[in-house]
Write a new protein. Structure first.
Length: 198
């Protein structure tokens, strides 16, 4: 038993030393451990409580996940001065480098609730607004989602989206001196957005 414990300690120490102590590469240079990622902000959107009734909640969750599919990746980077717009129908002062690549219409595969295709994407926009604002980025959202709460998101970050309107859009400008990466992590029950220095 003592030998087994000793072997485990040696194995653990070896693992720690290979991760934490710089090692020599094949050409003799010192390789340091990877630097820690600087997280500017991180928030989560629970997909199980978008609406109180089951069918409506399923439609909202489906549309949120489909919008992320249209984004085309689980992350994107904004260089200093670049702009993200939730949809491409943008005001002239915001020339987007990145959009969701969607109009949120039923012909794009979105489900309808109460006659509105894409119902629920405002919740994703609200998550983006909340996280980007807390990350210190420049956020412009001209239409608040004050007509209905967005569960889990503070009221001031509720964002109304309608792709036919330039004013019902969300604009996020990287006003920092370094690139920033927006990282989405999705599972069956939530969407987590983390913004880091890239």
């Amino acid at each position: 038993m003592a030998n087994n414990m000793k072997e485990q300690i040696i194995a653990l120490a070896t693992l720690i030393s290979t991760v934490l102590i710089p090692v020599s590469s094949a050409v003799g240079e010192i390789v340091s451990p990877l630097p820690e990622v600087q997280v500017l902000a991180e928030h989560e959107l629970d997909l199980t409580n978008r609406l109180p009734e089951e069918y409506g909640n399923e439609v909202f969750a489906y549309n949120i996940l489909l919008a992320l599919e249209y984004l085309g990746a689980d992350n994107f980077v904004l260089q200093p001065g670049e702009v993200f717009a939730f949809h491409s129908n943008s005001l002239p002062e915001f020339v987007p480098s990145v959009t969701m690549n969607s109009r949120f219409f039923m012909e794009e595969g979105y489900k309808s609730l109460a006659g509105l295709g894409g119902n629920g994407v405002c919740h994703l926009a609200s998550l983006l607004n909340w996280t980007a604002s807390n990350a210190g980025l420049e956020v412009t959202a001209l239409a608040n989602h004050s007509f209905a709460p967005v569960p889990g998101v503070p009221k001031e970050f509720g964002t109304s989206i309608r792709s036919q309107s330039k004013n019902q859009n969300l604009y996020i400008k990287n006003n920092l001196e370094a690139p920033v990466k927006f990282e989405f992590k999705v599972d069956g029950e939530s969407v987590v957005l983390r913004i880091v220095i890239s």
